[in-house]
Design a protein around this ligand. Structure first.
Ligand code: BG6
Length: 474
């Protein structure tokens, strides 16, 4: 059998994309509460205040805050054995720097976790999924400032202790690897991770390097802390990785592709190898960047290695060759691969790529891996109370089969497959509702209209069968 008997089957959601209720339970404003709805062709706007007449999708989400019991019951009906949720820091510490936590925030996640456990679903809790209290951006300049690490650790300690009897799997950060001093960033990706706009950074490379370093340090410190709180804690970090293939076999282009890929790995190296990588430190030294790092950080890197790697995988792309060529741009730089079909949002669909990354990660680090996100964002049509989403089934089936091959034939240690957005939720990059990933349809459109009713799609039953057979039906 490819998958172990206790393989985690389930899904991943993030607070700011589903909860809504942005001013309930004494929640404070967080960075994503200031991002408007965009579309495939129109970037989301980031406003400094909430502006009347603009639409901020995180304010309503899919109203998971009030629907979580029903939604979790539907996940249980599909047979989920795990759900990755995120705790919104701004529900626990509304400004981020308080001493005492907000009880209403703690109680909310306590009820969500209890509901999961009552259904036999393992909670996998992400501590930071783009949910930084906005006050820490205004007050301290976000992760550029080492003080934010202390506030983050106080928050981690609070929740790790509070849920200690209920939560064993923790994720320190979601996709910090998109902070990348080596390449030009988009405003939206810098904002998602750190609440800052790339175009407004004074010293872009230095600021990105500092943010990347400080977040990595925060992660290793959180792992140390979590292991001290309970040695049974399994603590990982989630990375969004897409292979970047070489344009062709011209050696300069192959080297270029290697380096483009490599930019996603310095933080993983730091979290798995017991020290911040020498090659990166050297690079910063040559660039004369001051990271404001301290000698004591070395011990944290040594003692704070992660227990597992979470892999978010959606697509692959190709590297731009050394001599300029015409070609369609891909999401994280690079070009679209002409051999691949694309989703409606231009994400290159590549099931082989997930096997490729799994192998690469496992050979490099030999740590257990869990697929923490995978799925197809697509437009769904409701017909007679359901959605015939064979395209979604096809995408997931191919990716799951590739994971199965990685486990069975390549001996990669993978302990779970969590699909992204098992229930439709707000898209992170575009803010749309119409970019749907779910097995469960939510009646809500891009204009915020709809009954919020939940409907089971065809894929709901397909995933139910997949889980029931532990992937043998794939
Ligand atoms: C991942 C993020 O990068 O991609 C999720 O962790 C996000 O938050 C997912 O939703 C899919 O992206 P999008 O833009 O289609 O929602």
């Amino acid at each position: 059998m490819a998958f172990t008997k206790d393989f985690f089957w389930g899904g991943s959601i993030a607070a700011h994309q589903c909860e809504g209720a942005w001013q309930e339970g004494d929640k404070g404003p967080a960075i994503m509460d200031f991002v408007t709805k965009g579309s495939n062709h129109e970037p989301r706007q980031i406003t400094s205040q909430i502006e009347e007449g603009l639409d901020y999708p995180s304010h309503v989400g899919i109203d998971f805050y009030h629907h979580y019991k029903k939604d979790i019951a539907l996940f249980a009906e599909m047979g989920f054995t795990a759900l990755r949720i995120s705790i919104d820091w701004s529900r626990i510490f509304p400004k981020g720097d308080e001493q005492a936590p907000n009880q209403a925030g703690l109680d909310f996640y306590d009820s969500v976790i209890d509901e999961l456990l009552a259904h036999g679903i393992e909670p996998i809790v992400t501590l930071y999924h783009f949910e930084l209290p906005i006050h820490l951006v205004h007050q301290c300049g976000s992760w550029k400032n080492r003080q934010v690490i202390d506030f983050y650790l106080h928050y981690c300690e609070t929740v790790m202790k509070f849920y200690d009897s209920k939560v064993r799997y923790w994720v320190t950060f979601n996709e910090m690897n998109h902070i990348d001093p080596q390449s030009e960033q988009s405003d939206i990706f810098t904002y998602l991770i750190a609440g800052l706009k790339y175009s407004e950074m004074e010293k872009q490379i230095e600021e990105l390097a500092k943010i990347g370093y400080n977040m990595t340090l925060a992660s290793v410190k959180a792992v140390r802390l979590g292991h001290e709180i309970n040695p049974e804690n399994k603590i990982g970090c989630v990375f969004g990785l897409n292979p970047i293939y070489s344009y062709d076999c011209q050696p300069d282009n192959v080297l270029k592709a290697f380096l483009d890929n490599d930019r996603d790995y310095y933080q993983i190296d730091a979290m798995c190898k017991g020290r911040f990588p020498k090659y990166k430190m050297k690079q910063y030294e040559v660039l004369k960047l001051d990271l404001e790092n301290q000698a004591s950080d070395e011990e944290d890197f040594r003692e704070g290695s992660i227990d597992f790697i979470g892999l978010n995988y959606y697509m692959s792309s190709i590297s731009k060759p050394v001599t300029s060529v015409a070609g369609e741009a891909a999401l994280f730089g690079g070009l679209q691969n002409p051999h691949l079909e694309q989703s409606k949002w231009g994400w290159g669909i590549d099931p082989v790529g997930i096997r490729y990354v799994l192998n690469y990660l496992y050979r490099k680090y030999e740590l257990p891996i869990i697929i923490t996100e995978n799925g197809l964002g697509a437009v769904d049509q409701v017909e007679a109370g359901t959605v015939h989403d064979d395209y979604r089934i096809d995408y997931l089936q191919k990716h799951m089969k590739a994971v199965k091959q990685a486990v069975e034939e390549d001996f990669v240690e993978c302990f779970g497959f969590l699909t992204w957005g098992p229930i439709d939720l707000v898209s992170a990059t575009t803010g749309e509702m119409s970019k749907r990933y779910g097995f469960i349809y939510v009646d809500l459109d891009n204009e915020g209209q709809g009954s919020l009713e939940r409907l089971k799609k065809d894929s709901f039953y397909w995933y139910q069968e997949t889980i029931a057979t532990n992937g043998e039906s794939l």
